[in-house]
Design a protein around this ligand. Structure first.
Ligand code: FES
Length: 307
């Protein structure tokens, strides 16, 4: 974790500000990143929030993130909009990338609202690389859509207040080349509509703002044993591995604690995880070499972790 200085706050759209963060000691180069990467900001109110990088990856002098004021804010975006001031020092983890571009014959990018932030840098990188790409960018109204200007004819903007809601995502998917890899970031209904419209889940990469609603913990969950650092712990039904480790005095990094950020990803040395995150691809889940300690459990009586 490093402390960065909040160098600039810029208005991007209705309810959206851009934060620029730089090295407080005066211009030291920051670790590099690629489109899809995010930072975890440890806000002064104690909350940790992930924000996608939306600046220029070639600019090693500054990181930029965009933060939309969330009407359902659990405190993070409200704190950013109301309390942060230029000059503040903010502890930052990252960059980390769970949403990296992989090589494909063509790309369909789908962004909803502030989900444009990782998608924008992907579009710019694909354009610079001469790739075949299209972007469908939807939002409630044009004045609330950051980065709505400046894209070319590869982009379709859908403003709900002009074109109606919800957008016809099945038609958007149907128009894309059959070999297009689909990258989607936005609110849960948008992601679920894209999931429903795509016949092949292997063609989809998503990044979520928060985990979908689902019951956590049930009588059907069995206890299992976690082995790490030469110690053994029983993870009871309704308790996460992370909670169990912490209750026994072991610390492990975490942030979202709902299986969407990747901060708690840990290598698995033995046993088979029962993946419950919203991050790993089906292939990564099948490989079983790493897991998210905040939500995932075990299919085998014992898991050995590299902690
Ligand atoms: Fe975010 Fe576990 S803390 S995935």
């Amino acid at each position: 974790m490093v402390a960065l200085r909040l160098h600039q706050i810029t208005w991007l759209a209705e309810g959206v500000v851009r934060l620029e963060l730089t090295d407080p000691r005066g211009g030291a180069a920051l670790p590099s990143w690629e489109p899809g990467a995010h930072l975890s900001l440890h806000l002064p109110n104690g909350q940790i929030r992930e924000y996608s990088l939306c600046g220029d990856p070639a600019d090693g002098r500054a990181y930029a993130v965009a933060v939309q004021r969330d009407e359902r804010s659990r405190g993070g975006s409200a704190h950013v909009h109301e309390r942060l001031r230029v000059g503040d020092l903010i502890e930052v983890d990252g960059p980390k990338n769970n949403f990296a571009l992989v090589d494909a014959p063509s790309y369909l990018l789908v962004a909803g609202g502030i989900g444009i932030t990782p998608i924008k840098t992907m579009a710019e990188a694909l354009e610079a690389a001469g790739k075949d790409w299209r972007l469908f960018y939807c939002g409630r109204s044009r004045d609330r859509m950051a980065f709505a200007d400046g894209f070319g004819d590869r982009v379709t903007l859908h403003c709900d207040d002009e074109a109606g809601s919800p957008p016809d995502l099945a038609a958007v998917i149907a128009r894309a080349p059959a070999d297009a890899l689909v990258y989607c970031c936005g609110p849960e209904p948008l992601i679920q509509a894209v999931e429903r419209a795509l016949d092949d889940p292997a063609r989809l990469r998503v990044e979520r703002f928060r985990a979908p609603e689902q019951p956590r913990g049930s009588a059907a969950e069995a206890p299992f044993t976690v082995v790490c650092r030469d110690r053994r712990f029983t993870v009871e039904p309704g308790k996460s591995i992370l909670e169990t480790l912490r209750a026994n005095g072991l610390d492990a990094p975490s942030s979202c604690e709902e299986g969407i950020c990747g901060t708690c990803e840990t290598r698995v040395l033995g046993g088979e995880p029962d993946h419950r995150d919203f991050l790993l691809t089906d292939a990564e889940k099948a490989a079983g070499t790493s897991m998210m300690l905040c939500v995932s459990r075990a299919r085998t009586p014992e898991l050995v972790l590299d902690l």
